[in-house]
Design a protein around this ligand. Sequence first.
Ligand SMILES: [Zn+2]
Ligand SMILES: [Zn+2]
Length: 372
Amino acid sequence: MSGDLDNPIDGKTATIVGLGNIGSQLAGHIGRLPEIGRVICVDADVYAAGNLATQEISQRDVGVAKARVVARRLRGIRAELKVSAIVERVENVPWGRLRADVICGCVDSKAARAAINLIARRLGVAYVDAGIRADGLLARVDVYAADPESPCIECAWGQKDYESLGQAYSCAGQVREAPSSRASSALGGLAAAIQAIECQKLLAANGQNSVAGRQIVIEAACQHQYVNILRLNPACRFDHRAWPIQKVSAATLGELVAAGAAIMGEAPAAMSVEGRSWVTRLACPGCGEQAAVLRLQGRIDQRLGRCPWCGGARQPIGFNLLPRLDLATARPPCLKKPLTRFGLRAGDVVKLSGVTRQQGLELTREPAERRG
Ligand SMILES: [Zn+2]
Ligand SMILES: [Zn+2]
């Protein structure tokens, strides 16, 4: 277990989610902070030629995964920095791979913000969110502590925000692209600089809440700066809780259930992965073929996703999504199945629910997956 994501050799860890206008500029600032020993770069996209106008990249980066480009640049800045690149939507990344001292969000959709808010709280990690808006030349940075008694990003959300959140998801549960903000690289750089400064203050305060719970807004069009106090909303739809998460090594569903039972002191009745459902049916829009599956949403691999009859891309049927798997009725053949067959991966956090208690279990790396 030496030098893995959970045990940085020295220094603190920052996870940067979203490597567009703000994130591509933030990465350099974060990588240069003396407190930082590890940076985890997360973005599912590839840089396009159009990004040259607003993002911290060069010609040779066009066509390359954003996370890989930024990781390479960070290694060039400080050789001793430990850097990892995750080319995936944050919603799909096993939570254990995102664990850090601070998560920096540089995303452009509410759905992605809600996902980061959830992950940061459950893992007990502070979250610094940045955003920009071209009209009014607005740069905004919110600082959220990990403490359940402190405000979260959803505390300020109303009915309209949740409605727009619903529209951000397609029925397959994928997050739809947000329109480009058309903001200049200078505005993104302004937000990135404030975000990095607030991160450094948080890290220096060692998790103390004194610097959190603030929103900094610069309205560059009229040179105004505002500092808003973020307030805890008792009616917030999100429960704010950090979970007790215990690491377990399990290869099959049966081993996971047994490990959970030993920790919980009762037989778990259901298994869920928060924020995602279980896909039980795939349909091909091309030829209408359907197939029964049992896979975590977002983890349909190429083999499963391809229609064997016409080669079309099979989609999950929204009606057949299950929020949790019933373990009480699971039969022995099902319990013998490897967890990978359900779409679960190392670092995933599953929630087991019994009659009296719930337990978060993080899957550690399996021997079969241990490569380099
Ligand atoms: Zn809240
Ligand atoms: Zn087909």
